[in-house]
Design a binder for this molecule. Structure first.
Ligand SMILES: Cc1cc2nc3c(=O)[nH]c(=O)nc-3n(C[C@H](O)[C@H](O)[C@H](O)COP(=O)(O)O)c2cc1C
Length: 348
């Protein structure tokens, strides 16, 4: 398969995401503690992970985030991800399909995910500036159930060959109106603030994916691709997933919020749910597992996470996902002083 600049970039992203992956590195989920109540009055056998996420019903509140496609190597990863998603019953997104809009020859590196996952929920992915025709092509390529539109200003700013024009809002609104599948607007690891949530909601967006800081860091990845590696100073730029979740509390009832960014283990998933996420996504952690293990081993890991999650639900006195919205559960959240300050700074 011929390698365009964009295909090559995706291979670099995979290698660099893995190079900078630190599975145990501290992040803002550590600044959230859970008050332990020693009498939860639950049984693991009574826990049901099934949940309603916007217009869908999912078996568990988890999904695999957008990563790959566009090159031979990442096409193979997409095929594996498709198989893993089916085996674990998880929704999954592909990486940005813009490379396949420019060069239809690489479309099979995305379509392979659908080939391996004919009936599962699959989300397409494009940058937020693409026109309607590109969005329709991306959806048709995968028979996608939804289209993710990514917001990635920080990444583009650091990327040597990145975009420099970020007028996206009107286009997002037009796409939400015109497309027949839901549009999920996502960040790629720098989070979404309350004002941005409000702008997107007013533009008609009903699905947000917070993609916060704390895991995969596209400043590190793109800075490494710069000749002088001179933009490392943006390493900490962005809102964490936890800050983003605090910002979307008390949101409109018809706004679905997916949370991803820095999920390292099942406890992070539990905390994100307690902070109001409707479902929780993972990218870097799954990629790392996939690069070091067989499909069966990754499936065993994710299945085990689902079983651990059931036990964690029981631990905090929850048997169904909708109970996370109750004040009985939300009162258990203990925020660090830094997070309390951030929460107090949020304006309606
Ligand atoms: C190798 C790699 C490639 C990615 N490519 C895309 C992409 O094409 N489109 C997108 O919206 N997000 C992309 N992301 C961002 C993820 O979807 C996610 O928002 C981000 O990595 C934060 O999650 P994490 O900390 O669990 O990795 C990519 C992430 C990784 C690790």
């Amino acid at each position: 398969m011929p390698q365009s600049q964009q295909s090559h970039r995706k291979d670099e992203h995979v290698s660099l995401a893995e190079k900078y992956f630190h599975g145990e590195q501290a992040n803002a989920f550590d600044q959230v503690r859970i008050r332990h109540d020693a009498l939860p009055e639950t049984a693991v056998a009574d826990v049901d992970l099934a949940t309603t996420v916007g217009q869908w019903h999912w078996d568990s509140p988890l999904y695999i985030e957008a990563m790959t496609g566009g090159s031979q190597r990442t096409g193979e990863i997409n095929a594996r991800l498709g198989r893993i998603a089916v085996a674990c019953g998880l929704p999954i997104a592909t990486g940005s399909q813009s490379v396949a809009i420019k060069d239809p020859q690489v479309a099979p590196t995305f379509a392979t995910m659908r080939d391996h996952n004919p009936n599962g929920l699959i989300f397409g992915n494009l940058g937020a500036g693409h026109p309607l025709s590109a969005a329709q092509t991306a959806i048709a390529m995968l028979q996608a159930d939804a289209l993710e539109l990514h917001l990635n200003v920080v990444q583009e700013i650091v990327m040597p060959e990145g975009d420099r024009d970020f007028h996206w809002l009107t286009n997002i609104s037009d796409l939400v109106q015109a497309l027949t599948v839901p549009v999920i607007v996502k960040e790629v690891g720098f989070g979404i603030s309350r004002p941005t949530m409000q702008q997107l909601y007013a533009a008609g967006v009903r699905y947000l994916d917070l993609g916060g800081h704390g895991g995969t860091n596209f400043v590190d990845i793109e800075n490494r691709r710069r000749a002088n590696r001179d933009m490392a100073y943006l390493h900490d730029f962005g809102l964490t997933t936890v800050e983003s979740l605090l910002g979307v509390q008390n949101r409109p009832d018809d706004l679905t919020v997916l949370a991803a960014g820095g999920v390292r283990q099942p406890l992070d998933i539990l905390k994100a749910l307690m902070l109001g996420a409707d479902a929780v996504g993972m990218a870097g952690t799954v990629l790392h597992a996939l690069l070091h293990h067989t499909d069966d081993e990754v499936i065993a890991m994710l299945t085990d996470w689902q079983s651990q999650l059931k036990r964690l639900f029981a631990l905090v006195g929850v048997t169904r996902v909708d109970q996370f919205k109750s004040s009985r559960i939300q009162d258990k959240i203990l925020l660090s002083p830094e997070l309390v300050n951030y929460k107090q700074s949020i304006k309606d």
